[in-house]
Ligand binder design. Structure first.
Ligand code: MRU
Length: 344
């Protein structure tokens, strides 16, 4: 798979895959504007927690280049505004994690403005490279859980396109596919309303020659009951110290259904997705426009003014989670103590 987002050294621009056009059109967006990056995050041209973290990091580096600042204070003021502009989605923690990290680098950097800007460009590239390394480690750490011949149920897209490269769930599947000579299968839930499962997961799995079956979200119970699935592996937009998992809407229902059928429920995520500070009741779940549900392919599929509730994410409690697979190791039956030990 190609890289979802890249820094172009020759021109100091950012190139990202336009995910709203996939799988029918493979197009890129190239920009030198942090406001364009903010827009791309907002309208989901780039999406997936680690990918929007990398985009926000690069957006901050572009902002530094755009700032025309004459002093460090002017630069910091411009970057603080840019961070607010880039934080366009509230749920995935990677976004604020990346903008805070970039601000800290600017605050701590010494030397003239040109040096600080270069430091920010290097840090943005490092966030992206780190993501690639963390995904590879997630894949390797999952090998004890995923056996040859397994069929994995997933939801949304936590593949290459949701990260810089490889994916979180994508890495679990790809590393197993590589090690077990292709003896691994995937069931992808369509993922209403934005269809990241149908549009993106099926696309990228098939590009890599991985045996993938598409189902609608309502079929999950049936495929579990029919014994087609060995385990679930889902991504996360935020993992709390309590072990609560915030991920794409439908994840919670899948976890409850998995428990009922004694199917292991695994979550694959980098440590940059872990939020040790926020309490479950304080997590902001993004609510999106009702037309995402009312309209398909430009046509109303319901009464045009139908009342709609459209939360983009849900929260799965730790008692439904068999294990969290991170770049730093696997946390079985997550508890606060075990989550803390990841960072010791
Ligand atoms: O609304 P999206 O498409 O940004 O939601 C993405 C997800 O829910 C993914 O499962 C999650 O970010 C994990 S990505 C490795």
């Amino acid at each position: 798979m190609f890289r979802t987002i890249e820094w172009l050294d020759d021109t100091n621009e950012v190139r990202l895959v336009d995910q709203t056009k996939l799988p029918l059109i493979k197009a890129h967006i190239i920009t030198s504007s942090h406001e364009r990056i903010a827009h791309a995050i907002k309208v989901m041209e780039i999406r997936g927690a680690p990918a929007i973290g990398a985009a926000a990091g690069m957006g901050m580096a572009l902002a530094a280049l755009e700032s025309n600042a004459k002093s460090k204070n002017e630069l910091l003021a411009f970057l603080r505004k840019a961070a607010n502009t880039l934080n366009t989605r509230p749920t995935a923690v990677n976004l604020t994690w990346a903008t805070r990290r970039m601000l800290k680098v600017a605050e701590d950097a010494e030397g003239d403005i040109a040096n600080i800007i270069q430091r920010l460009i290097d840090e943005a590239k490092e966030i992206a490279e780190e993501d690639v390394r963390m995904c590879r480690s997630i894949g390797e750490n999952s090998l004890g859980l995923i056996k040859p011949g397994f069929t994995i149920q997933t939801i949304c897209n936590a593949g290459s396109l949701a990260t810089v490269h490889l994916g979180t769930v994508g890495a679990v599947i790809r590393v197993a596919h590589e090690k077990y000579d292709g003896d691994i299968k995937v069931y992808a839930a369509e993922t209403r309303p934005r269809q990241q499962g149908a549009r993106l997961t099926v696309f990228e799995m098939m590009e890599d020659g991985i045996d993938t079956t598409l189902i609608t979200d309502g079929m999950i119970g049936t495929v579990f009951r029919e014994g087609r699935i060995d385990c679930c592996v889902v991504g996360a937009d935020r993992i709390l110290r309590t072990g609560h998992i915030i991920n794409k809407i439908g994840t919670y229902t899948m976890a409850i259904t998995a428990k009922y059928h004694n199917i292991p429920f695994y979550v694959a995520a980098p440590t940059s997705t872990i939020d040790m500070d926020t309490n479950p009741e304080d997590v902001v779940i993004e609510e999106r426009n009702g037309d995402e549900i009312r309209v398909i392919n430009g046509q109303y599929i319901t009464v045009p003014n139908a009342k709609v509730y459209n939360p983009a994410f849900d929260m799965t409690p730790p008692e439904l989670v068999t294990a969290i697979i991170t770049d730093k190791g696997v946390v079985h039956d997550p508890t606060e103590e075990k989550m803390r030990s990841l960072f010791d």
